[in-house]
Structures are given as C-alpha cells and as structure tokens.
Ligand binder design. Structure first.
Ligand code: CUA
Length: 168
C-alpha cells in the first residue's frame, strides 16, 4: 500500500495530538498535588447531619500546632459556623457538606473553591499566613436567597488570637 508523505505526516500529527490529550487528562487526574474534589471527604447521610460527630455542631477545631479543621454546613442560605476564626500562619482544612441542595464554597482570594453536594463531604485545605478577612461565597445557584449566601473567614494576628481565648 502506498501512502503519500503528506498523509503520513497528518497521521503522525493526529496520533501525537491524541496522545497529548490523553496525557493531559491523566496528568490532571493523578499528578502529585492535584486533587479531585471529594476524593477524600467521603459520603454522609444528608438527612441526618445532626447525628454526625463532625457536623452536628459546625465548628472550628485546633488539631495541631498551627493546624485547624473547620466543619462547615452550607445550607439555604447560610454557612455555619460564621464567622470562621483562626490565627495567622495556620493551615486550615475545611470539611463542608449540605443538608439540602448543591451549594458552592469559595474563599475569595484563596485557591479554595469547590462544590458542596448533599451526601458528600467536600474537603479542601488552605494555608493562611497573613491576618485578614476573607469572604466566603456560594457560587452555585441554590434558590431564592442564593445571592445573600455568604460567610466570613477571619484570620487574626497570632498574638491576638491567643488573647481572645478561642484557643484551647
Ligand atoms: Cu447556596 Cu447559592
């Protein structure tokens, strides 16, 4: 069979592109440091959050030196707890779930931005070094009050946080 050189060239280019596309997808799904949302948070009974150790009382917990975990419930049309307060120079891992409909969870000004799905726990971690206030926004349309659904993350100067007595 005789194949024209041009045709061979196009065949090779097409193969290179296909391999390129597949590589991109594989890299995005598996490369170190890249996580798919909900890979690790697990599932939960969205109708019984009040019986769950983590979400019955939405809260922030200190779990180590400069390490905090926030158990957040996103519901129509609030985030609990609100505000979330931690000291500067902390690593904060959010566990977020919803008892009603799909919400968004975006910490404005950080790379934390994920979907919150009833029945699933969204896990995401941010490092917060500078004191400041961050808005938390719902960016999935969730009903009539969607545009009012917002919360606040307050990163306090480390010395002031200790004095505030929030640290146990
Ligand atoms: Cu919750 Cu939009």
């Amino acid at each position: 069979m005789n194949i024209h050189n041009y045709e061979k060239l196009w065949l090779v280019l097409a193969m290179v592109m296909i391999i390129g596309f597949i590589s991109t997808v594989v890299y995005g799904a598996t490369a170190v440091g890249i996580e798919m949302v909900n890979d690790e948070g697990g599932t939960i009974d969205s109708t019984a959050l009040e019986e769950d150790d983590r979400f019955a009382e939405p809260r922030v917990e200190r779990v180590g030196d400069n390490e905090y975990e926030a158990y957040v419930v996103a519901r129509q049309f609030i985030f609990e707890p609100d505000p979330i307060e931690i000291p500067a120079n902390s690593t904060l891992t959010f566990y977020v779930t919803s008892p009603d409909v799909i919400h968004g969870f975006e910490v404005v000004g950080t790379n934390a931005n994920a979907m919150v799905i009833p029945g699933e726990v969204t896990e995401l971690t941010v490092e917060l070094n500078e004191p400041g206030e961050y808005g938390i926004l719902c960016n999935e349309y969730c009903g009539g009050g969607h545009h009012t659904m917002e919360g606040k993350l307050i990163v306090q100067p480390e010395d002031e946080f200790e004095q505030g007595g929030n640290d146990e």
